[in-house]
Design a protein around this ligand. Structure first.
Ligand SMILES: [Zn+2]
Ligand SMILES: [Zn+2]
Length: 127
């Protein structure tokens, strides 16, 4: 999926959907997902799902996972390892991915520190 938050294509951190009678995603229901790269939360529709027009080869188990050519990150369908997608052959996209992941990582640590400082049982947190 292409994220509206960071404009990268990658796997979802979270995907909430219902299955229809045909075993496919019930698109009539609300489908929400969260971007694994930047944490952006959004509702998506069927026309936002991208075609799997390329393949990603896992660096861990060498399994080949179909993915969109525009993917910056691809999750291996065999072992679950998340690797670099075909789009990162473009240095501009690779740089954008690094910058967004570093920013998201920092946000998560700030949130953790805030939670820890609000929770009296963990005591004061040295900065
Ligand atoms: Zn994103
Ligand atoms: Zn793998």
């Amino acid at each position: 999926m292409r994220c509206l938050g960071c404009d990268l294509v990658g796997p979802a951190e979270r995907l909430d959907y219902e299955l229809g009678d045909d075993g496919d995603v019930a698109w009539a229901q609300r489908v929400t997902w969260q971007c694994a790269e930047c944490g952006y939360l959004d509702a998506i529709t069927a026309d936002q799902v991208l075609d799997l027009d390329d393949v990603h080869t896992c660096v861990g188990c060498a399994a080949r996972t179909p993915c969109p050519a525009s993917a910056a990150r691809v999750e291996c369908e065999r072992c679950g390892l998340i690797g670099l997608g075909p789009a990162t052959a473009d240095p501009e996209i690779a740089g954008q991915l690094r910058a967004i992941e570093a920013l998201h990582d920092m946000e998560l640590r700030v949130q953790q520190a805030l939670r820890a400082s609000r929770d009296p049982s963990t005591g004061p947190h040295p900065a």
